[in-house]
Write a protein that binds this ligand. Structure first.
Ligand code: ATP
Ligand code: MG
Length: 289
């Protein structure tokens, strides 16, 4: 009963976020997500912090820019390895601007029927052009793969051409964000369509330290957590977050009120085991997931 109420109230909140006029059938193409996390939940490189601050500033002053016949940057390409902040940054950008996050559903958009993928994309862009939102096109490489790719037929060429046109004509009052961790496969003509390209790379030592502090803010460690930084080099933010969460769970189950160093070490070992499996299966799984 209580769970039902929770669900209802969540739906109620989401309905408020879905702008009037977004037809139910369009949920086939976009998933509306209520952004929750804030800038405080994010660890960004100095460079990305500056870019993001600049984008938010421009967006908030877009009327001033418009009076001078200028437009705020709104088309962004997020690149970089898995688990390094592309999706969470899109969510936080939406949260900061009070906009809903529309995540394009590639499974609904990409069709095996001739011409239908481009038409589905057009409908998706129509939503973002008419409703203020952050439109997030994840796994963008699946749509914008290099047109010279011989293994694909002409249909892909047509989809990429239409996609480029849609990006060019995007005039939504929000952001269009495309994300890819296979950026090297993107068609070269794609790059200049974007006002800004941001690289979300693996964390440097100081980012690892900040992430460790952030992720253990509610459940402190009984040892100086920053000293684990060097051990975590080469892992993604998502991997390190998982280590923190697993060590918290393990410590709780050991009856502790703090993170035990022995449990943190076990969680690191567990993560390394996962990584070893990932490396072994990589040749068959180029997306690295
Ligand atoms: N820079 C970051 N700061 C704080 N937390 C992060 C950061 N990057 C990732 N995380 C954590 O890891 C989770 C997964 O990251 P995210 O979904 O943003 O990765 P991604 O770059 O979109 O990866 P993929 O290419 O696999 O889609 C986030 O939900 C967040 O909890
Ligand atoms: Mg992602």
């Amino acid at each position: 009963m209580a769970a039902n109420r929770r669900l209802e109230s969540k739906e109620h909140r989401l309905n408020k976020l879905i702008p009037l006029g977004v037809d139910e059938r369009l949920s086939h193409f976009v998933e509306v997500i209520e952004p929750r996390r804030t800038l405080e939940d994010l660890v960004l490189s100095q460079q990305n912090q500056e870019i993001l601050a600049g984008l938010l500033h421009e967006f908030r002053h877009s009327d001033t820019l418009r009076r001078h016949a200028l437009t705020a940057r709104s088309k962004l390409l997020f690149c970089g390895p898995p688990g390094c902040g592309k999706t969470i940054t899109a969510e936080i950008l939406a949260k900061d601007l009070g906009l809903p996050l529309f995540v394009a559903r590639l499974d609904g958009i990409i069709s095996s029927f001739l011409g239908e993928t481009a038409s589905n994309l057009r409908k998706t862009f129509d939503i973002a052009n008419t409703h203020p939102c952050v439109l997030f096109l994840d796994e963008f490489d699946a749509l914008a793969r290099a047109r010279s790719d011989n293994s694909e037929h002409n249909e892909l060429r047509r989809v990429v051409n239409s996609l480029l046109m849609m990006i060019d004509h995007f005039r939504g009052r929000g952001f269009l964000i495309a994300a890819s961790n296979l950026e090297e496969t993107l068609d070269s003509a794609v790059w200049r369509r974007f006002d800004e390209v941001m690289l979300f790379d693996l964390p440097k030592d100081k980012d690892i330290r900040r992430l460790l502090v952030l992720k253990t803010r509610n459940f402190k460690a009984d040892f100086p957590i920053e000293k684990k930084t060097m051990q975590l080099r080469g892992l993604s933010y998502a991997d390190i977050e998982r280590i923190c969460m697993n060590s918290i769970k393990r410590s709780i189950l050991e009856g502790s009120r703090t993170i035990l160093e022995s449990e943190f070490e076990s969680a690191v070992r567990e993560e390394r085991r996962r990584q070893a499996i990932r490396v072994r299966v990589k040749p068959r799984n180029p997306r690295g997931r």
